[in-house]
Design a protein around this ligand. Structure first.
Ligand code: SF4
Length: 104
């Protein structure tokens, strides 16, 4: 069920329905409906995973884990956001990814 906002909706002005958690800006704020987060260079990066003690060496080891969060969201907020879906319409911080890195 979609939440019905109680404020007046103005054409062309984003509101709470255009907010997706983890996105750097409003959905579709790029203005090109053919571009999505799946085409964006900033979707997906490696972050630090859990530390583990190696039972053989007794040393603490860290792993890198892949997240499908938005790197631009991390840069702006200094927090890791939830994964952004590849089909969401691109925001104004969109940067075209090279063809071999696009994830649809
Ligand atoms: S279009 Fe790019 S910068 Fe914008 S939310 Fe999606 S992945 Fe992040």
């Amino acid at each position: 069920m979609q939440h019905m906002g109680y404020l007046t909706k103005l054409p062309g002005v984003p509101d709470r329905d255009d907010v997706k958690p983890g996105m750097a800006h409003f959905v579709g704020s790029l203005g090109d409906p053919s571009k999505t987060c799946g085409d964006c260079k900033w979707r997906g990066y490696y972050r630090k995973g859990r530390d583990k003690v190696n039972p053989h060496t007794q040393l603490i080891e860290s792993k890198q884990v892949k997240t499908m969060g938005c790197r631009e969201f991390l840069r702006l907020t200094h927090r890791h956001g939830p994964p952004v879906f590849s089909e969401w319409k691109a925001c104004k911080f969109f940067v075209e990814a090279p063809d071999d890195q696009k994830r649809r």
